[in-house]
Design a protein around this ligand. Structure first.
Ligand code: NAD
Length: 355
């Protein structure tokens, strides 16, 4: 056995009462002038937290933009610099966290996150921004939140559609971590557990949206999947989603859900052992069809076509991808990537043996 284990993780406070620690966590970081980022769906809780923090909140951002376009973040960052902001607090999904990360990167400030979806960004040192319609990502320890506060009750307002697609987004992180190079065996454990917890939780929540224990499990699973994402390298699935996100501005979680079974099909002949573990967790013969069955059963997105991605653009996307490096168990094969995108557009069961 040979491995290198080195992980990066925020301090995590998980549980129903975690929000009572927000003020103290910010104080620990010496925060005296805070930018507080929230989105349109987290206003009620954001207002309560803001009232508790009082005058320390010097800049309030109450709307965010997916994939953090530079034209959106730049004026906010300039104002924060002028105001002498020295800490950032973000509540919401990956878009709120994403803006917090770009601010942390540009201004070298500590970030505290209260996530409300299963995107998992709060557990990673990965930043993403959009410049000239191209999504750019990078890794920098500066953007890894100092503290993450998971309060499962905040996810009760997530509608079914966001719940199931965001859940599949989390599973995508863990699945790709499993075939990443030099994967730490401890990160592998987190990824496997994350997939198990998410798959079980998603099946339960699809039957009963008010199931509190399923909500709690899903948040725990999302934390594990986010941890796996933040401590491994992502492969073709993420490369496709970044490309589609930048070129067509497709909705992030739904797009992940729609692409995942086909990306796994692309890799499963090469990453046999790891993908058979996923199949076993899902109780399926193979991982790609098991993921497609899960998505179909819970009502998550299975078709890029339904997200208005035209299958006729598949070659253009593959062309674009071919000019960028790819870390993936199977080398980039232009013809097969085109087939993958066409299949993901149709959303049909990933059982075409010709690729
Ligand atoms: P999002 O943050 O845009 O949220 C989706 C929708 O859900 C929004 O309308 C939001 O207002 C709403 N919402 C959020 N929480 C809610 C709640 N509790 N109740 C009701 N509605 C709620 O989308 P997302 O999928 O969470 O995040 C996507 C973004 O995160 C993308 O830009 C993606 O690139 C990024 N991301 C980054 C990483 C990373 O490691 N850097 C990882 C995953 C995702």
């Amino acid at each position: 056995m040979e491995f290198i284990h080195e992980t990066h993780t925020p301090r995590v406070i998980f549980g129903e009462h975690s929000l009572s620690s927000v003020k103290a966590e910010l104080e620990l970081l010496g925060a005296t002038s805070i930018t507080f980022i929230s989105d349109e769906n987290t206003q009620a809780v954001a207002q309560k937290i803001s009232a508790e923090l009082g005058e320390k909140v010097n800049q309030e951002i109450t709307q965010v933009a997916m994939h953090v376009p530079d034209e959106f973040s730049e004026p906010i960052i300039s104002t924060a610099a002028e105001l002498g902001i020295n800490a950032i607090l973000a509540i919401g999904g990956g878009s709120s966290t994403g803006l917090g990360k770009i601010m942390a990167l540009e201004l070298n400030l500590p970030l505290v996150v209260i996530p409300t979806t299963y995107a998992g960004s709060e557990m990673t040192p990965i930043w993403g921004r959009t410049r000239n319609k191209e999504k750019i990502t990078g890794v920098d320890r500066k953007v890894l939140p100092k503290t993450v506060l998971y309060a499962p009750q905040l996810t009760h307002t997530l509608p079914l559609s966001i719940t199931v697609n965001s859940g599949m987004n989390a599973i995508a992180h863990a699945v790709e971590a499993l075939y990443a190079p030099q994967l730490s065996p401890l990160v592998e454990l987190a990824a496997l557990k994350g997939i198990e917890v998410m798959a079980q939780g998603l099946r339960k929540i699809a039957n009963s949206l008010d199931d509190h224990s399923a909500r709690e499990d899903l948040f725990y699973g999302a934390m594990l999947c986010g941890f796996a994402l933040g401590n491994s390298k992502m492969g073709i699935h993420h490369k496709i989603c970044h490309t589609l996100g930048g070129m067509y501005n497709l909705p992030h979680a739904q797009m992940h859900s729609a692409v995942l079974p086909y990306a796994v099909k692309y890799n499963e002949g090469v990453a046999r052992i790891q993908m058979s573990k996923v199949a076993e967790i899902l109780g399926a013969e193979n991982a790609s069809q098991g993921l497609w069955d899960l998505s179909t059963a819970i009502g998550a997105e299975t078709s890029l076509g339904k997200l208005n991605f035209p299958a006729t653009e598949s070659a253009k996307v593959a062309d674009f991808m071919s000019s960028y490096p790819l870390v993936n168990p199977r080398a980039f094969d232009y013809e097969i990537v085109v087939k993958l995108l066409q299949a993901a557009s149709s959303g049909s069961r990933p059982d075409d043996e010709s690729w």
